[in-house]
Design a protein around this ligand. Structure first.
Ligand code: ACO
Length: 371
């Protein structure tokens, strides 16, 4: 038995949800480029869960269900109030989503119908949890979801307490479309492994949030912004990046396990970054990002991934840096739950083997004889 480090190139599941073939990403066979410019996030959620684009009445029904389920239990808000002041935002999300299960009467119901209802609740409540956490740690009261508002609008409203403008709603909605699913990425794999034991959907999503948190996965968008802020202005980017590359340090937001000729999502976020920079009158982050891209691609052949331009996009939307990865989760919970439902449909325990490289033929030495 020989291990493949990081399971690179291993096909570990069949799935009909999203595909990456020859560098092209599709959701249910539809090119992400098409969806990014034409679809709303809720249409994509429907597509991922039900395998087809919704009719207008199906979309209206889903929007209603998401709106009806967006409030979170008062007990979960009370718990968030007890989190330490400096709690990491992804740790807070992981804990709060796990505790939502405690207040869901259907948490242990493994029927397909109940699992779909729980997927709706998770998608609806995750933005409310993130917004509530953000406000509570700032000493503000959480804001109840606005009836009838769609996810992007509602999230910005619950975060700031102000009616968001159309440009911000459209930008966030498009970012959510682009992040919704991505084949067997690390967090989705974690979710599938968890539920393949026939554990519940909340456990699967909690595992996924833990996996997304890491800087090699979803955590990279925050790390990109930390880097841009550390650099400060575009004129300092060259010396900063050169020093990092000379020290063989990774530049966050570049490289990908699957895409070797570029992440198809990055160009949409790059365009959004430029447009939002123009609207806000601050192109500093965009220009710095372009300069970094030129250097990293020129010197290392590495292309930006989905996280690179998300950083300047979210900053232009005045979203605090440590909410970038939770926003990724607001979108990706659609993909996680779609994969969880697919796993339950045709389940088998996921239990690979390990190549043993430890000592052989070791013997038990009584504690009194050990040195
Ligand atoms: N900056 C500099 N060098 C890099 C980078 C980078 N961002 N990414 C890869 N490399 C180099 C590695 O140092 C390695 O070089 P070597 O062969 O000389 O040692 C080579 O490219 C291969 O890199 P690995 O880390 O082995 O590639 P792997 O497929 O395991 O990792 C990953 C992919 C994790 C995305 C990696 O490119 C990385 O760490 N990028 C930065 C973090 C990041 O942006 N993560 C977000 C990914 S997208 C997402 O999850 C939403």
């Amino acid at each position: 038995m020989t291990a493949t480090k990081g399971l690179e190139g291993i096909v570990a599941a069949t799935s009909s949800i999203s595909s990456i073939i020859d560098g092209v990403l599709t959701y249910r066979g539809i090119n992400i480029d098409d969806l990014a410019v034409n679809a709303s996030f809720e249409e994509v959620v429907y597509l991922l869960w039900y395998g087809k684009l919704p009719t207008q009445s199906e979309l209206n029904e889903l929007n209603q269900q998401l709106s009806d389920n967006a409030a979170i239990p008062a007990a979960v808000i009370d718990q968030i109030k007890l989190y330490p002041q400096d709690t990491n935002s992804m740790a807070a999300l992981r804990t709060a989503i796990s505790s939502l299960a405690l207040y869901d009467a259907e948490a242990g119901d493994m029927s397909k119908e109940a699992n779909i209802r729980k997927a709706i609740r998770l998608q609806a409540q995750l933005p409310t949890v993130v917004a509530a956490f953000s406000r509570i740690r700032n000493g503000q009261d959480p804001i109840a979801p606005k009836a009838g508002a769609r996810i992007a609008e509602n999230f910005l409203y619950m975060l700031t307490g102000k009616e968001p403008n159309e440009v911000a709603i459209k930008a966030l909605d498009q970012a959510l479309v682009l992040h919704a699913d991505h084949e067997l990425n690390a967090s989705t794999f974690a979710a599938r492994v968890t539920v393949a034991t026939l554990s519940d959907i909340y456990s699967g999503v909690t595992s996924a949030i833990g996996a997304l948190k890491g800087p090699l996965h979803g955590g990279a968008n925050e790390a990109v912004m930390a880097m841009l802020e550390e650099i400060g202005t575009a004129d300092k980017a060259a010396s900063y990046i050169n020093a990092k590359l000379e020290n063989k340090e990774k530049i966050m937001g570049f490289g990908h396990r699957v895409y070797k000729n570029g992440d198809p999502r990055a160009k949409h976020l790059q365009k959004m970054s430029r447009e939002l920079g123009k609207i806000t009158g601050n192109l500093n982050w965009y220009e710095m990002s372009i300069q970094i891209e030129d250097m990293v691609t020129g010197q290392k052949g590495l292309k930006p991934n989905v996280d690179f331009y998300s950083a300047s996009v979210y900053t232009s939307l005045e979203i605090p840096r440590d909410l970038f990865t939770p926003i990724f989760a607001i979108s990706r919970v659609s993909g996680w739950t779609a994969h969880i439902l697919e796993q339950y449909e045709n389940n088998r325990l996921i239990r690979p083997r390990a190549e043993y490289i430890g000592p052989e033929h070791a013997v038990y030495v009584p504690i009194t004889e050990r040195k």
